[in-house]
Design a binder for this molecule. Structure first.
Ligand SMILES: [Zn+2]
Length: 351
């Protein structure tokens, strides 16, 4: 399995709690790029100092929860950080990361079917009625485990390859895929030339409104923005098949945060065609990417989002295809190689 994807998906980071992933990014690119952060904690790596500023960004945060209360009986109540559908949460395992960095495992309690009334069986359980059971006999015991109000709570699953080893199952592919791609692309350019000032960025707080993209794009002031993120894979039974696993990264035409820049999209599609890299086209009416902030930085930057199709986004158990990741990295490198001053000028002013 891809080394960074395995390691990054096993780390825990919700909006505003991105330290574990940021430390991994820093340690991996140490000595290979110039490294800084913005003041909210977005990771910024830079390579090259001539030509247009090309900013590629993936977000470090995953969807999770924050502990809000510990009951007298030792149960943990929580509030979501990012978008969850309550139906995927019951009887799932989570880790609480304590102040000291210790992991405390628990499961969200669910009534056994034997005691559900016919009425209860028909409706999904409200998130406000859920609780995490960490096996503490009372509040004092829960506190003795190190659990406190304000701690982050993240899904627990061991990232794994399935019978067809191209299929990966795990949490947080949204968007450790983007973080891994930033690492792989920056590592490539530590050894290869490119015609631009390249920024490999891993943002904070995307899942609560693209906040780190706003602050990091302000710091970088890009000429071109490329968001590297994930999107819905529509190949489940009854799905539209608009995007499918294994058919390549998806180019986002529009989502609720941005209409992909047309000139840049044409440029990318031409490169994909000549280099024989499979891509899919997609759009979303709800949800956005860091491109939503990058394209509005300073006086504007033509921007686009490359999104890896993921089955079961924003749940414990999401699925990706290794080939899509490989093609995503290939596409990024091919596009960055081609984004010289002349190309950026034409994209910006002639398209
Ligand atoms: Zn995302």
């Amino acid at each position: 399995m891809h080394k960074h994807l395995k390691a990054l998906t096993m780390l825990n980071a919700i909006p505003s709690f991105e330290k574990e992933v940021r430390d991994y990014m820093k340690a991996t690119l140490d000595g290979q790029a110039e490294i800084s952060t913005d003041r909210l904690g977005s990771f910024i790596s830079k390579h090259g100092d001539q030509g247009p500023k090309v900013m590629m960004a993936g977000h470090m945060d995953e969807v999770g929860f924050i502990v809000t209360r510990i009951t007298d009986e030792g149960y943990v109540k929580f509030t979501p950080a990012g978008g969850w559908w309550s139906q995927v949460m019951l009887a799932q395992q989570f880790n609480i990361t304590t102040q000291k960095g210790k992991k405390v495992r628990g499961a969200i309690g669910a009534k056994a079917p034997h005691i559900l009334t016919p009425e209860e069986r028909k409706k999904p359980v409200d998130m406000d009625d859920m609780f995490l059971d960490i096996g503490a006999k009372d509040k004092e015991t829960a506190l003795s485990f190190g659990v406190n109000v304000g701690d982050m709570m993240t899904p627990y699953i061991e990232t794994t390859v399935l019978s067809d080893e191209k299929y990966y199952l795990g949490k947080a592919f949204d968007n450790r895929v983007g973080c891994a791609a930033v690492l792989d692309v920056m590592a490539h350019y530590a050894k290869n030339d490119h015609p631009n000032e390249l920024y490999g960025v891993a943002t904070v707080q995307e899942e609560v409104g693209l906040r780190g993209a706003r602050t990091s794009a302000y710091q970088v002031a890009p000429d071109i923005g490329i968001a590297v993120d994930t999107t819905i894979s529509h190949d489940f039974p009854g799905g539209s098949k608009e995007t499918q696993l294994g058919k390549g990264p998806a180019i986002m035409i529009r989502d609720s945060s941005m209409i992909g820049h047309k000139g840049l999209r044409d440029f990318v599609l031409e490169i994909a065609k000549t280099q024989d890299i499979p891509v899919q086209l997609t759009s979303l009416t709800r949800g956005g990417t860091d491109g939503g902030q990058m394209h509005l930085a300073k006086n504007g930057a033509p921007s686009i989002a490359f999104c890896l199709p993921v089955r079961y986004l924003h749940s414990h158990t999401s699925m990706i295809h290794e080939d899509d990741y490989t093609h995503l990295v290939k596409l990024l490198i091919a596009v960055i190689d081609a984004l010289d001053a002349k190309a950026v000028e034409a994209i910006t002013y002639d398209a």
